[in-house]
Design a binder for this molecule. Structure first.
Ligand code: PLP
Length: 423
C-alpha cells in the first residue's frame, strides 16, 4: 500500500491508515505503557513482550539449572556470531562478516584501527582520518584516543557537509568514518555514492549505522562498503546497553587485524595457547567474555525486525515523518520552530528534529503530557518514529499535545527547567 500523508488531515483518516497498515500487527509485540506515545525508539527501543520470557528462561533454566554447561548446551558461546549473522541480514551484510559484541564506541575503535592497518600496508603514507563535526561525539572521541596511542602522525579532519567531504578526499586520506543517519538532524548520506567517492580517492570507509539498522534500508554489500558498526538498542529494540555490532567486507576479513586481541577473538580460545592467533571471519572482532543475558534478550528484538518487510518499514517510516513535519508546520506555525531534518525524503532517516529556543523545557512538558521524545543540545527537540510500533494516530495525537504545550505555554512550569544526568 502507499500512504499519502497529505490525505491524513483528520484524526479519523489517521486511524483508518493505521487499520490499513500492513505492519500494524507488530505493535502488540511490544509492551508500551498505556497512555504513552513513544517517540524515542531512536534512543532506546521499546521492550518486546517476548524478551521478558526469554530473560526468565535464560536466568531460571540456562543459568539457574544448567549452569556452566550452558556455554555448550544452550549455545551461549556461539551467540555473538549467530546474532551477528542475523544483523548482517538486516543490513545487506552477505558480502561480509558481522558479530554482535561490545559497544558501538569500542567497535568504532576496532573498525578504525583495522582500516588504518590495512591502509598502512597498501598506502603507507596516508595519515588522515576524515569524519564529520556533527557526528555523534563518541565516534570522534574514539578516533582521538586511537590517534593518541598510534602516535604516528595521524590526524582527524572534520568536514561539515557533502561539499566538504568531496574537497577533503586527497591522497592523504586513509579512512573516512561517517554516520549514515545523523543522530541530531536525521540527515542521511547516500551510502552508495559516498562509498564510491571515497574508494575513488583511495580511502576506506567505516559506516556507523546506529540510527539506520532497523530504520532505513541498508545494503552494505551493494554499496561495497568496507567496515560498519552500529548499535542494537535503538531501532532494533535490543534493550538498554545491548551489545553493538561490527561488520567487515569479505575482501578485507582475511587480512583484518584489530588491536583488542582478547581470547574470544582467538582461533582456539580454549587451547589456552601462548600467543594470539586471530579467528577466521568476523569472530576475530570479539574480545572477551560476552554479556549473555543481554545478547539473549536482544535476539528477540532482532528476530522481530527480521520478520518485517524492509520496503514496508521504509514506506511507513517516511509517511510517519512526512505527516509529523506537515502537521507541526501547519498546526504550530505560530511558534518559533525550525525544522533541521531534510524535507527531501531521500535524505531523511526515521526521526525528525525541530529547534525551539526553549527546547529543553518544551520537551520536558511534552513528556509530562505523555509524548516521549528527547532533547539534544543545542535547542533540538527530537522525535523518533519506529515504524514497528508507532502509528498515524500517534502522530496526530503527539502533534496535538505539542500544540497544547506551546499554545498554553505549559513548558513555563518551573519543574521543566531542571536537568537530569541523561537528557
Ligand atoms: C547511539 C550512538 C552511539 C552510541 O555508542 P555507545 O558506545 O553504544 O554508547 C555511537 N554512535 C552513534 C552515531 C550513535 O548514534
Amino acid at each position: 500500500m502507499t500512504f499519502d500523508p497529505t490525505a491524513l488531515n483528520t484524526r479519523e483518516a489517521c486511524v483508518a491508515a493505521d487499520r490499513a497498515d500492513p505492519l500494524s500487527g507488530f505493535r502488540d509485540e511490544f509492551a508500551l505503557p498505556e497512555g504513552v506515545i513513544y517517540l524515542d525508539g531512536n534512543s532506546l527501543g521499546a521492550l518486546p513482550r517476548a524478551a521478558g520470557e526469554r530473560a526468565r528462561e535464560v536466568l531460571a533454566r540456562e543459568w539457574g539449572e544448567d549452569l556452566i554447561a550452558s556455554w555448550n548446551t544452550h549455545h551461549w558461546f556461539e551467540l555473538p556470531v549467530r546474532i551477528g549473522e542475523k544483523i548482517g541480514r538486516l543490513i545487506g551484510g552477505h558480502g561480509g562478516g558481522c558479530v554482535a559484541t561490545d559497544t558501538t564506541s569500542i567497535n568504532v575503535f576496532k573498525a578504525l584501527a583495522a582500516a588504518l592497518r590495512l591502509q598502512r600496508e597498501d598506502r603507507p603514507e596516508r595519515r588522515v582520518i576524515v569524519s564529520e563535526r556533527e557526528n555523534f561525539p563518541t565516534d570522534l572521541y574514539m578516533a582521538e584516543g586511537l590517534i593518541e596511542i598510534l602516535d604516528d602522525g595521524y590526524e582527524l579532519r572534520l568536514i561539515d557537509d557533502e561539499a566538504g567531504l568531496e574537497a577533503s578526499l586527497s591522497d592523504e586520506v586513509a579512512v573516512v568514518m561517517l554516520t549514515h543517519v545523523n543522530y541530531r538532524s536525521g540527515r542521511m548520506w547516500e551510502m552508495d555514492r559516498v562509498t564510491r567517492l571515497v574508494h575513488e580517492a583511495g580511502a576506506l570507509i567505516v559506516w556507523d549505522l546506529c540510527h539506520s539498522a532497523g530504520a532505513v534500508p541498508v545494503d552494505l554489500t551493494a554499496a561495497s562498503a568496507d567496515f560498519a558498526v552500529g548499535c542494537t538498542y535503538k531501532y532494533l529494540n535490543g534493550g538498554p546497553g545491548s551489545p553493538a555490532f561490527i561488520w567487515a567486507a569479505n575482501r578485507h576479513l582475511p587480512r583484518v587485524e584489530q588491536p583488542l586481541s582478547g581470547w574470544w577473538g582467538h582461533r582456539a580460545p580454549f587451547d589456552m595457547a601462548v600467543g594470539y592467533a586471530a579467528a577466521e571471519g568476523a569472530a576475530k572482532f570479539l574480545c572477551g567474555t560476552q554479556p549473555i543475558l543481554s545478547l539473549a534478550t536482544m535476539e528477540v528484538g532482532i528476530d522481530i525486525a527480521l520478520r518485517a518487510d524492509p520496503e514496508a518499514l521504509r514506506e511507513k517510516s517516511l509517511a510517519l515523518t512526512s505527516l509529523f513535519i506537515a502537521l507541526v508546520e501547519e498546526r504550530l506555525a505560530a511558534h518559533p520552530l525550525t525544522l533541521i531534518t531534510p524535507r527531501d525524503s531521500e535524505h531523511r532517516g526515521s526521526h525528525v528534529s525541530f529547534r525551539h529556543p526553549e527546547g529543553f523545557a518544551v520537551m520536558k512538558a511534552l513528556i509530562a503530557e505523555g509524548v516521549i521524545g528527547d532533547y539534544r543540545e543545542p535547542e533540538v527537540l527530537r522525535f523518533g518514529f519506529t515504524p514497528l510500533y508507532v502509528g498515524f494516530a500517534d502522530v496526530w495525537d503527539a502533534v496535538e499535545a505539542f500544540r497544547r504545550v506551546l499554545d498554553e505555554e505549559l513548558w513555563r512550569a518551573p519543574e521543566f527547567a531542571v536537568r537530569g544526568a541523561v537528557t
